[in-house]
Each structure stands twice: as structure tokens, then as C-alpha cells.
Design a protein around this ligand. Structure first.
Ligand SMILES: NC(=O)c1ccc[n+]([C@@H]2O[C@H](COP(=O)([O-])OP(=O)(O)OC[C@H]3O[C@@H](n4cnc5c(N)ncnc54)[C@H](O)[C@@H]3O)[C@@H](O)[C@H]2O)c1
Length: 320
């Protein structure tokens, strides 16, 4: 094994972001162990890697301890969209909290670096705009999104306590809305929803009046940010925001999707879900300065690739 080839564990590796990260790290010549319980992840997402001798997949729930020898851990395991994390909210909090404890315990034992996929949801419905890392958030602790938001907040606390108490090398990033191929087609997220509805020729559901804004980062840009973060010196712990700072109103996103697909869909408006943030946009000054990172893929380019993926997926399912 060469000196630069590492043994890397990715929890949630069969999910949307995790599978892209597995591919990137395999392509860089590393040995990758993908751990997943396949709650929202799919074997199809990693099928192309299974023949690679440097890749291994293990069915495991991160709520239970794992004993493996690795150099780096990317902890991504956790359902990420409201429909999935609200399906079994107790399990969602357990996944974030027990999962963090187990991965930090493993990192401490084997002296690995450990990365946490935190989220912009820790800012809740923000009162500060755009969100910088020192903003402490506005989260409803007893609302339907709390199982996810508070679970992720507690995971951050655990990461920083392991750093202070045990000097475990931690890397925490806060991910903002990301999209791309391998998003779950039924996860209710705005990009996948709009594309799937338009491809099926259905009307597009917009919650609220569509003036609420979101900023979307393409998946390839995001995983590049992950790898850069992992490579930083030990004193860089984060948290660091990763996302696209260019905001667009949700209504405009729907219109762009319709234009790309050439669909005849109309926009239909429904009430906003409880605690849905009206605005969410990262301040990425830290990522720029510390990681030399910023998004490079334009929204139209990323949408075209994502539409192509969903088009193929829907055709395959139709053919089945
Ligand atoms: N995609 C985004 O826009 C976004 C934004 C913010 C944060 N994140 C975070 O990034 C990570 C990956 O998100 P994603 O979009 O790829 O979601 P995803 O649902 O596609 O991936 C999550 C993966 O974790 C697995 N998983 C869930 N519970 C598990 C458990 N108990 N044990 C083992 N595996 C488990 C799922 O099966 C899935 O493969 C999550 O932690 C999420 O909170 C994502």
C-alpha cells in the first residue's frame, strides 16, 4: 500500500452524497469501506463500484458500535429529507446522536480523522441572513423537524467535546441544499420534486407563494469541498459552511425546470409546511479562505445533468 493510499470509512455511503464521495475517493486510489443500513440509500448507487477490489460495502446501522481499522471516517449516515427523517423521528435522532458517539469512539480508538456531515438545518428558520458559522440558529425544539435539527446540533456538540476532551481530530461541515444525480426520486426535496413532476407531465407543486428563496449546490462541487476539508491541518475543525451562496426564488427554479424539459406543467400552490424556513443562504467566506473552495457548476448545467439522470431512472422504472 502506498503512503498516500488511505483506508477510508464512509457511513451513509450508499446514499446520494455518500455514493458520489465513494466514487471520488476510489478514483483517487483509496481503499473505501461503505457502511449503510439502506434506509434511504440504494445498492444501485454503488453498483458500479462493487467489482473494484478497493471498495467494500457493509450493511450496518451506525446506532451500534463498529470495530474496523481505518485512517479517516466520513460520517454521512442520516436520512436527510423531511419525508424520510420524519418517518421514524426517534430513529433519526438516534442515528445522529448514537451514530456520532460510535464514530467518534472509533476515531478515538484507531486515531482516525473524523468528518461530520452537519447541516444548514442547525440554523433553523434563520433570523440572520446570509448565515455565517457563528450564528447560533433559531430552532423549534419540539417541532416536527427537531428530530433532525436537534440531532445534528447534538452531534456537533459531541464532535467538539471529543476534540476538547480527547483531541480527536474532527472536521465539521454544514451542508446547504445540494442536488444532483442519485437524489431520491420521492424524497420531497424541491429539485427532485419539480423534475420528477415535470418529466411525468404533471403540474408542479410549489409550497407557499414561491417567493421563498433557496440556494442550490451541485453534488460534485460539494464532495470536492468534503475532500478539501478532510485534508486541512489538524487545527482546522470547522464548522465550515458548504453550499452555493447564489439564491433563487423557488418559483423561478420551477420555471427553469419546465423550460429545460420543455414540459407543459403549470405551477400549483399549496400552504408552506410547519417550520419551513423562508430563506436559507450560506456565507461561504470561511470555505473560500480556508479551503480555497467555491461552487463551480452553474445551476443550468447541474439541472441538465440531474434531469438526464431522472429521465433515465423513470424510463427504467417504466420499462420494469
Ligand atoms: N443533500 C443535502 O442537501 C444535505 C444537506 C445538509 C446535510 N446533508 C447531510 O448529508 C448526509 C447525506 O445526505 P444525503 O442527501 O446523501 O441523504 P441520503 O438519505 O441519500 O443518505 C443518507 C444515507 O445514510 C443511510 N443511513 C440512514 N440511517 C442510517 C443508520 N442508522 N445507519 C447506517 N446508515 C444509515 C441511508 O440509508 C442513506 O444511504 C446526511 O447526514 C445529511 O444530513 C445533506
Amino acid at each position: 500500500m502506498s503512503l498516500t493510499r488511505k483506508r477510508i470509512l464512509i457511513t451513509g455511503g450508499a446514499g446520494f452524497l455518500g455514493s458520489h464521495l465513494c466514487e471520488k475517493l476510489i478514483a483517487a486510489g483509496h481503499d473505501v469501506l461503505c457502511v449503510d443500513n439502506y434506509f434511504t440509500g440504494r445498492k444501485d448507487n454503488i453498483a458500479a463500484l462493487l467489482d473494484n477490489p478497493n471498495f467494500e460495502a457493509l450493511r450496518h446501522d451506525v446506532c451500534f458500535p463498529l470495530y474496523v481499522e481505518v485512517d479517516e471516517i466520513y460520517n454521512l449516515a442520516c436520512p436527510a429529507s423531511p419525508v424520510h427523517y420524519q418517518f421514524d423521528p426517534v430513529q433519526t435522532t438516534k442515528t445522529s446522536v448514537s451514530g456520532a458517539i460510535n464514530m467518534l469512539g472509533l476515531a478515538k480508538r484507531v486515531k482516525a480523522k473524523v468528518f461530520q456531515a452537519s447541516t444548514s438545518e442547525i440554523y433553523g428558520d434563520p433570523t440572520v441572513h446570509p448565515q455565517t458559522e457563528d450564528y447560533r440558529g433559531n430552532v423549534n425544539t419540539i417541532g416536527p423537524r427537531a428530530c433532525y435539527d436537534e440531532g445534528k446540533r447534538c452531534a456537533e456538540t459531541l464532535f467538539f467535546d471529543y476534540w476538547r476532551q480527547h483531541r480527536t481530530r474532527i472536521k465539521v461541515v454544514r451542508i446547504f441544499n445540494t442536488y444532483g444525480p442519485r437524489m431520491h426520486p420521492n424524497d420531497g426535496r424541491v429539485v427532485s420534486n419539480f423534475i420528477v413532476q415535470a418529466l411525468k407531465g404533471e403540474d408542479i407543486t410549489v409550497y407557499g407563494d414561491g417567493s421563498q428563496t433557496r440556494a442550490f449546490c451541485y453534488v460534485d462541487d460539494l464532495v470536492e469541498g468534503f475532500v478539501r476539508m478532510m485534508a486541512t491541518p489538524d487545527e482546522v475543525t470547522g464548522p465550515i459552511n458548504l453550499g452555493n451562496p447564489v439564491e433563487i426564488p423557488v418559483r423561478e427554479l420551477a420555471e427553469r425546470v419546465i423550460r429545460h424539459i420543455g414540459a407543459k406543467s403549470k405551477l400549483v400552490y399549496k400552504p408552506l409546511p410547519v417550520d419551513d424556513p423562508l430563506q436559507r443562504c450560506p456565507d461561504i467566506s470561511k470555505a473560500r479562505q480556508i479551503l480555497g473552495w467555491e461552487p463551480t457548476v452553474a445551476l443550468d448545467q447541474g439541472l441538465a445533468r440531474t434531469i438526464e439522470y431522472f429521465d433515465r431512472l423513470l424510463r427504467e422504472r417504466g420499462a420494469d
